[in-house]
Structures are given as structure tokens and as C-alpha cells.
Design a protein around this ligand. Sequence first.
Ligand SMILES: NC(=O)c1ccc[n+]([C@@H]2O[C@H](COP(=O)([O-])OP(=O)(O)OC[C@H]3O[C@@H](n4cnc5c(N)ncnc54)[C@H](OP(=O)(O)O)[C@@H]3O)[C@@H](O)[C@H]2O)c1
Length: 259
Amino acid sequence: MRIGCIGFGNMAQAIVQGLITHGKIDPSMISVCAAHYDRCRQNAEKFGVQAFATSLEVIQNSDWILLAVKPYQVLDVIEPVKEQLRSKVVVSIAAGVYFEDYEKMLGSGTHHISSIPNTPVAIGKGIFISESAHSLDQKEVQTFEEVFGSIGLVEWIDASHLSIATTIAGCAPAYTAMYLEALGDAGVKYGLPRAQAYRLAARMIEGTGSLYLTQGQHPGQMKDAVCSPAGTTIKGVASLEKNAFRGIVIEAIDSVEED
Ligand SMILES: NC(=O)c1ccc[n+]([C@@H]2O[C@H](COP(=O)([O-])OP(=O)(O)OC[C@H]3O[C@@H](n4cnc5c(N)ncnc54)[C@H](OP(=O)(O)O)[C@@H]3O)[C@@H](O)[C@H]2O)c1
């Protein structure tokens, strides 16, 4: 599978890093282009992938095209090459540009899917919020799930829930980082070196998430499992409840969704 990236900024590089390190894609199978060729070539060298000056060359050298430009640039970028894209599979990662938009821009017949990643794809622990409506055939869906699924959880989401799904996968890492920072501060307050406090908190967050994904227990049960009667953990739970912990998290999501 030859993959071509049109746009090679932060997110395309995160995906390429993930695919090379965790997805077993050989760098020689990846080609890239961006608006500024010199910068693109320098970035390409870091990953051992091939840089081209134009999107046409990338398309000619690829079977799958990762469209990784800013959402407002999508139309200008695909318009001149839309005929060449007809024989390819287009994976768009542009936030807010979905199936119906591509049907209009590419015309029906081109195989395309919109799938919004988050940055942990770079370390093989990301998420691809993938729109249920797409024009890939069954074999292409299987390939998509194998290749992109090797660096992130592929979640199929209908159009009406793409916004909330991308908020949880894409915005909540900022809130989780704040929680991590707060736990770090608490650790420091009680004498732990900061780096150690962050490391403990980060591993705890990772482990709790992994435990859920592996065992599928209800989060309430997971909470109950570490709260012994009259123990210390339940006192912390009571304090969080007093301060409306869950309420403020839901309100943070509301403020994004209602924007
Ligand atoms: N960053 C995230 O966390 C995130 C998360 C989910 C989805 N996304 C989506 O990913 C897409 C890329 O975001 P990003 O953060 O990676 O942006 P970025 O770092 O600004 O990268 C954009 C890339 O597009 C290139 N580009 C601009 N015009 C072009 C053209 N005419 N032809 C070819 N390449 C062109 C830029 O080239 P130059 O560098 O040479 O200007 C750059 O390499 C966006 O649509 C965004 O919605 C991003």
C-alpha cells in the first residue's frame, strides 16, 4: 500500500510517524508534499519518506491519499487533481469536512472517507473518528481498519455525532492534561518531585483507560473497586462530588458543543 500525503504538517507527520513505527509501513511506501517544498523535504528526511514538489506527483506515486491540509484549503487543493483522485482512495483528516462535502467537491464515484485523528496516533495510541458514510468498498474498509487501526482505535460514527465524538477525542486531551497537571501539583504539595508526580499520574491515567478498554467494566464499578468502606479514597470521591466534578466536565463539553 503506497500512501501519499497532501499536506505534511503536524497531523500528517504524527500519522506517518505512527505508521512507520507501529504500523509496519515501510518509509519507501510513503510520499508527501506541502505548500513549501524546502520545508517539506526537510521534514520528509526526518522520516525517510519521499518529498515531491506537487500533489500530482504524490498522487501518481500512491494508491491511498491522506488529505491533510487545513479544512479551508481542501477545495483549492483537490479541485485541480480531482480527476487523478478518481482511481485512488482518499482519506481526509480535515475537521468538519465530511462525506456530503466530498461528494460535492470530488463528484460521486471517487472512493473517499473522512476520518479525524488525534495526536496520540504518533505513538500508536490514537483514535480515528471515522464517518460511517463513505464510498470505500468492503476490501478498502478492511485495509483502512488494518492500516490505520494499527495506530489508533477506528470508531465509526454517524454524521450527527461527529462533532461530539471529535470533541471527546480531540479536545478532552487538553482537559486530561489539566487533570494530570493538577495531580502533579498535588504530588508536589505533599513533597513528591514534580517529574515523579507527573509520571505516576500519567501512568495512572493510561492504566485506568487501558483497564476499561480491556475489561469493559462500568466506570462506576471501577470507582467502587478502589473505594473501601470508611476508607480514604471514598473521602476524595465525596470531595469531588461536592465540587461537582462530573458536572464541570460535562459543562466543559457543553461549552465546546454550544460554541
Ligand atoms: N493538529 C491536530 O491536532 C488535528 C487533529 C485532528 C484533525 N486535524 C486536521 O488535520 C489537518 C491538518 O492539520 P495540521 O494541524 O497538521 O495543520 P498544519 O500543521 O498547518 O499542516 C497543514 C499542511 O498543509 C500544507 N498545505 C497548505 N497548502 C497546501 C497546498 N496547496 N498543497 C499541499 N499542501 C498544502 C502545509 O504546507 P506548509 O507547511 O508548507 O505551509 C502543511 O504541511 C486539518 O484539516 C485539521 O483539521 C488536525
